[in-house]
Design a protein around this ligand. Structure first.
Ligand code: 5GP
Ligand code: ZN
Length: 136
């Protein structure tokens, strides 16, 4: 069985361009960067998606996302950054091991990470408001 590539990075079997490491977390440069300094932050332990990691481990992880985000901003002298986190193939997740992307952004860089452009109708919003609340 082929093991998960990010598990291999977590175990030190593959050596990425590492920018941060502690007992549970590692951050490194993405090999297909969307922008210079594009970095990834992962737990060393395998969790497939954001829904799978225990709350306390996620808390640690998001703190490191903040730390790495600040460092990437400074190092690249970016004007901003996106934190992107894909869950499951339908959402563009190619590596099924939880990870956060940190993508530095520059004024007028032309990078397209587009969200919706059409305003929702009121009844649609009301429908999803009540349905999602039922599952919280
Ligand atoms: P996803 O589409 O799953 O959210 O993003 C996975 C990211 O991991 C991609 O941006 C891809 O370039 C990156 N990636 C995949 N394999 C490797 C690898 O072996 N080393 C590094 N450094 N990045 C990888
Ligand atoms: Zn894994």
């Amino acid at each position: 069985m082929t093991e998960c590539v990010f598990c291999k990075i977590g175990k030190g079997e593959i050596t990425p361009k590492k920018i941060y490491e502690d007992q549970n977390i590692i951050a490194f440069l993405d090999i297909f960067p969307a922008a210079k300094g594009h970095s990834l932050v992962i737990p060393k332990k395998h969790y497939a998606t954001l829904l799978d990691i225990p709350e306390m481990e996620l808390k640690e992880l998001i703190q490191i996302v903040q730390k790495v985000g600040a460092a990437v901003m400074k190092a690249t002298q970016a004007d901003g950054f996106n934190v992107l986190q894909n869950n499951k193939e339908a959402a563009g997740q190619a590596v099924p091991h939880l990870h956060f992307h940190i993508i530095p952004r520059f004024k007028d860089d032309g990078l397209k990470l587009a969200l919706g452009s059409k305003q929702s109708e009121e009844k649609e919003l009301v429908h999803w408001e009540s349905l999602i609340k039922e599952h919280i």
